[in-house]
Ligand binder design. Sequence first.
Ligand code: Y12
Ligand code: CO
Length: 173
Amino acid sequence: MILNIVEYPNKKLKEKSKPVDKFDQQLHKLLDAMYHVMIESRGIGLAAIQVAHAKQILIINLPTEEDEQPIDNLIEIINPVITHKSGETTYQEGCLSVPSFYEDINRFEYITVNYQDRHGNTKSLEADGLLSIAIQHEYDHLNGVLFIDKLSYSRRKKFEKEYKRVQKEKNNS
Ligand code: Y12
Ligand code: CO
């Protein structure tokens, strides 16, 4: 299965994702293909809607101190529900669907997420730091929300202008 990253302003990214109900080989193929496209694109997190599959699936593979992303550190999160959120933190976020842009975004510092793994087993995860931020960023994708939707009016306007300029440059090169 070959997947391509859907980029802003594609309307597909606004779609709400549906729960996964079959934990079969087709799901495993999608998860494996998502991992490959995320690593090839040098990403650390990806939601299924970013590869045009409106399913409640997200994967996260944070880099180690050596800047490696071993597959053993991959977290696959299916049908997540955030059951606890507290504290506040700010991080300069990026997204494979909004290439070349990074913006400071406020998030909860601590979260608990209930989810299922690729076999349908129920799991729970308490997260802080970068993992917490990554889960919240990817969880937003399931509701059609991008990190740029969280910008103030003026920052968003500045982003749109700059993004259009960069897209034009890319198309002309
Ligand atoms: C903290 C904040 C946000 C997340 C969500 C996951 N975000 C990513 O994986 C972003 C990846 C990304 C990769 C890029 O490509 C390279 O660095 C080669 C990139 O740069 C360009 O597109 C030019 C931008 C974003 C998790 C944790
Ligand atoms: Co994203």
